[in-house]
Ligand binder design. Structure first.
Ligand SMILES: NC(=O)CC[C@H](N)C(=O)O
Length: 302
């Protein structure tokens, strides 16, 4: 069934475009499409380009958010970033200035994610990145997970937008400290490379309330998982979150590398990757696969 869903969705890649504003992402194969799911009992399924490596991009925002919630608690994190959806694109600058206290709307837009990273209680970027990578490895059960250096360098040299957001936030005291150092951690986490199998384990861990079904380790508290899943459901697909909730009905987080991580609470994690994106930065084929899978397996929870 999974293979048929992938075959059915793959031709739709022609409706979208691979991201090129980070030049290295332009090298992705537009017609690549893979899906994997891991149940909370640890059963693994998959089809299509399961081994296709891609940078997790904004899916990494879930990892640094979970780390911040674990280390600092909800009160501290959400005094700095909001928890509400926004109708603006993920890298929008406008509302940051318009908001009375210049607080990012939520931790899953770029401004919010950068603000969350600046809160992490570690020294420099190297230490912060090591903590993020360590959590990423425990969530996916893949000890070899690492940063793709070409993508990292490509983003670092072309990220005027994110720099503008970060410097603006420092001017309004939303972000403190060394802006370039905070951005360095952000670029590195976005450049973590994975395949759909890795991310499906992470999804299963979030679905299981924090216990990784592959390793058996308790990685997060169930409360942190609940907060992360709620934000995925309301803000995870950016300004496409409402439409995705209607079409698919599962908490999910997308990235401009083409990945989408979906979490069916108490049942499974599902990861898809298809680098052709719609205008909102969400994978066209990935959304199609999740829609069909949700319908076939009655996965809808929203
Ligand atoms: N939506 C995304 O995946 C955006 C992440 C990307 N690294 C950026 O900052 O623009």
């Amino acid at each position: 069934m999974l293979a048929a869903i992938v075959a059915n969705a793959r031709p739709r890649h022609s409706e979208g475009r691979v991201a090129t504003y980070i030049p290295e992402l332009g090298k992705a194969r537009p017609d690549a499409l893979g899906v994997a799911s891991v149940t909370v009992e640890g059963e693994v399924y998959g089809a299509g380009d399961r081994d296709y490596p891609f940078s997790i991009q904004s899916i990494s925002k879930l990892i640094s958010l979970a780390l911040a919630l674990t280390e600092l608690g909800e009160e501290t994190v959400f005094s700095r970033v909001g928890v509400d959806p926004t109708p603006d694109p993920f890298n929008s600058i406008m509302r940051l200035e318009m908001d009375r206290v210049h607080r990012p709307y939520n931790p899953l837009v770029n401004a919010g994610a950068i603000a969350v990273i600046s809160l992490l209680p570690y020294g420099r970027s190297e230490e912060r990145t090591a903590a993020i990578l360590d959590l990423a490895r425990r969530l996916t059960g893949n000890d070899a997970l690492s940063v793709n250096e070409e993508i990292y360098r490509s983003e670092r040299t072309t990220s005027d937008r994110n720099r503008a957001l970060a410097y603006f936030m420092r001017s309004t005291d939303v972000l403190s400290g060394d802006v370039e150092d905070v951005l360095d951690s952000y670029f590195r986490q976005c450049s973590i490379e994975a395949n759909v199998g890795d991310l499906a384990v992470m999804g299963a861990t979030l679905a299981a309330g924090g216990i990784n079904p592959a390793s058996g380790e308790r990685v997060l508290t169930s409360r942190v998982c609940r907060v992360v899943r709620a934000l995925m459901a309301t803000c995870g697909m950016y300004d496409g979150s409402g439409e995705f909730a209607i079409r698919v009905g599962i908490p999910a987080k997308s990235g401009v590398g083409g990945g989408i991580l979906a979490v069916v609470p108490r049942r499974m994690g599902i990861a898809v990757c298809g680098p052709a994106l719609d205008g909102k930065g969400n994978s066209i084929c990935g959304m199609q696969v999740l829609e069909e899978l949700s319908r076939e397996l009655r996965l809808r929870v929203l």
